[in-house]
Write a protein that binds this ligand. Structure first.
Ligand SMILES: [Zn+2]
Length: 281
């Protein structure tokens, strides 16, 4: 019985799963840097500042600059017992949890969608999507730079499928127009719904960041997936808003996390069913 199982799942699968999990931890540590730097207006990339010290990570408590030993995702936290090596102050569990959740999503993308350039692009967008979620929960904003980066990766993803998808590029024009129309119609519809809800409830229902993120979603999933996107983000939004109210006693729940979850679910679903992968062949 175990031999059969061994035949069905080749060991390469577990080998790559391990590699993608480690890659996901590195992405997770990058997401943590985004979450803590972007709301403060600090640089997180290679450009922006020539001052190396401003880019280096340091302990928020004692300001001691962190070395390689302190920056290994997840493992540093575990082996240091969740404390800073220098001042022994506890490092919040949200750091390793963020790393673990990014690594889990990246691994899930590998398990469900396999190893294709299109799915690698989904993985690359995960740290930015997780950072959007965390920053929206904490500050109720969706930073433009993160929304644009996820849109840029979406453009690469759509462009890749368009150019590589068919023997004849003309066969791919419906695919391309569906995704470009999605980018236009998704935000218009959400903006309209937001205006209507604001009118009915007489209070601001949606931020413009949500509308921009919806444009990015339309580019990723295409106009044909509009009903699914509406239903999923609506159901996730209501569920998460209810949980938020129970746990945080806060009546204003940001919509961004629900949009991100709906986007990931749909993009993974489209690649899992082979809709996109069959186009690539
Ligand atoms: Zn410290």
């Amino acid at each position: 019985m175990y031999e059969d199982l061994y035949l069905v799942i080749p060991y390469e699968f577990f080998y790559y799963l391990f590699i993608f999990f480690l890659l996901g931890l590195v992405f997770g540590s990058f997401a943590t840097a985004l979450i803590h730097r972007i709301p403060l207006g600090k640089s997180w990339g290679v450009s922006g500042t020539h001052d190396v010290n401003a880019r280096r990570s340091s302990c928020p408590q004692c300001k001691h600059q962190l070395g390689v030993k302190d920056l290994i995702p997840l493992f540093s936290w575990v082996f240091q017992g969740g404390k800073c090596r220098y001042c022994k102050v506890s490092i919040p569990i949200i750091y390793p949890l963020t790393e673990l959740s990014v690594a889990s999503i990246v691994s899930l993308v590998y398990i469900l969608c396999g190893m294709e350039l299109a799915t690698i692009l989904i993985m690359v967008s995960v740290p930015f999507l997780v950072a959007l979620t965390a920053i929206d929960l904490k500050f109720k904003i969706l930073p433009n730079q993160l929304v644009f980066i996820v849109g840029g990766i979406g453009a690469l993803y759509v462009g890749y499928v368009f150019f590589v998808g068919g023997a004849d590029i003309r066969d791919q024009i419906p695919f391309l127009s569906d995704h470009l129309l999605g980018m236009l119609i998704f935000p218009l519809l959400l903006w309209g719904i937001g205006k209507l809800v604001t009118f009915l409830l007489k209070k601001e229902a949606l931020g413009f960041g949500d509308v921009k993120l919806y444009a990015v979603c339309g580019l990723w999933v295409g106009l044909a997936a509009l009903p699914q996107m509406m239903i999923l983000s609506g159901v996730f939004g209501v569920t998460m808003g209810w949980l938020w109210r129970m746990v945080k006693k806060d009546t204003v729940f940001p919509f961004g996390p629900a949009i991100v979850l709906a986007l990931l679910t749909l993009v993974i679903g489209q690649n899992m069913n082979g809709e996109i992968l069959s186009l690539i062949g």
